[in-house]
Write a protein that binds this ligand. Structure first.
Ligand code: DAK
Length: 265
């Protein structure tokens, strides 16, 4: 069984194992508004299924170069504060749908996981990466901040100081470094990525689905008490930036393939 969309594929591999593939390889699988709507719909479909029909979800990117290279910068260029806020809400509703899934969700990161892509991976229960994967939150290079929970979730994954260093520099790190920092569970050759994820999931699926779902619920509830306010705050700060010259300059410079000239206004 599969669901057809324009920018993603949602397929049932076997026995309730679903694979959601972000499928815009020509733009390194960047997340645009339509894609986010499609993802929201796909996640809703899964959340309505019982354990017999949906046991686990894997999220990956199409092609061998990128998981997701971030939110679509083209779409963000010249976005108004109001549109940015709507975009933030759309993005956050996806993460809400992800959070609502009772089943385990694994990110199979097969290349660049930058900006919104890194945040998407961080929104999954855990991450398995191919050895060519690269992680980073380069938003400050564009005059932006991470807006899909990155300022909160990266800090929780790697600790306050490392998260600040990575977010302030926008530096990318390798899969091995991400594993050393505890962001990634396992690093494998790209050709073995999906089979490794399936193997890990087969261990999880041999346990009680109810117990796994309940432990997930308990972990999320403890974690969400603090995260809800932090996420709302992040979306507010993000959308205010869209009335700045720096955000316009940063996103335009990327599209024009030149170095941005930031003025701090
Ligand atoms: N958006 C749109 N197009 C992108 C893209 C992106 N994020 N990343 C790559 N592409 C496109 C390129 O423009 C290029 O298109 P053509 O020129 O061929 O038409 C094509 O994909 C191939 O990319 P490159 O030619 O650049 O490939 P390279 O191998 O040379 O470089 C790269 C790969 C990943 C290093 C480079 O493409 C790159 O730096 N990409 C941008 C990475 C980035 O800055 N990502 C962060 C985006 S900002 C929020 C929620 C989320 C966010 C913000 C707010 N709220 C809820 C409030 C998130 C923001 C972001 O993610």
């Amino acid at each position: 069984m599969s669901f057809e969309y324009q920018n993603i594929r949602l397929e049932n591999k076997e026995n309730g194992l679903w694979i959601l593939t972000i499928n815009r390889p020509e733009a390194l699988n960047a997340l645009n508004g339509t894609l986010l709507n499609e993802m929201g719909d796909a996640l809703r479909q899964l959340s309505e299924m019982d354990f017999d029909h949906a046991k686990a979800l894997v999220i990956t990117g199409s092609g061998n170069k990128a998981f997701v290279a971030g939110a679509d910068i083209k779409e963000m260029t010249d976005m108004s504060s109001e549109k940015a806020y709507q975009f933030a809400q759309k993005g956050q509703s996806i993460f809400q749908e992800l959070n609502l899934l009772k089943i385990p969700v694994v990110a199979a990161v097969n290349g660049f996981a930058l900006g919104g892509g890194c945040e998407l991976a961080l929104g999954c229960d855990f991450i398995i990466a191919s050895d060519n994967a690269k992680f980073g939150l380069p938003e400050v290079s564009l005059g932006l901040i991470p807006g899909f929970g990155g300022t909160v979730r990266l800090m929780q994954a790697v600790g306050l100081r490392k998260a600040k260093e990575l977010i302030f520099t926008g530096d990318m790190i390798s899969a091995d470094e991400a594993k050393r920092l505890g962001l990634v569970s396992e690093v494998v050759p790209q050709s073995e990525l999906i089979s490794t994820v399936e193997k890990k999931l087969s261990t999880i699926l041999s346990k009680s689905p109810l117990a796994v779902a309940s432990s997930k619920k308990s972990i999320l509830e403890a974690y969400n008490v603090e995260i809800d306010n932090a996420l709302q705050n992040e979306a507010k700060i993000f959308s205010v930036l869209f009335s700045s010259e720096d955000t316009k300059e940063g996103t335009r410079a990327f599209m024009e393939k030149r170095k941005p000239q930031f003025k701090g206004i």
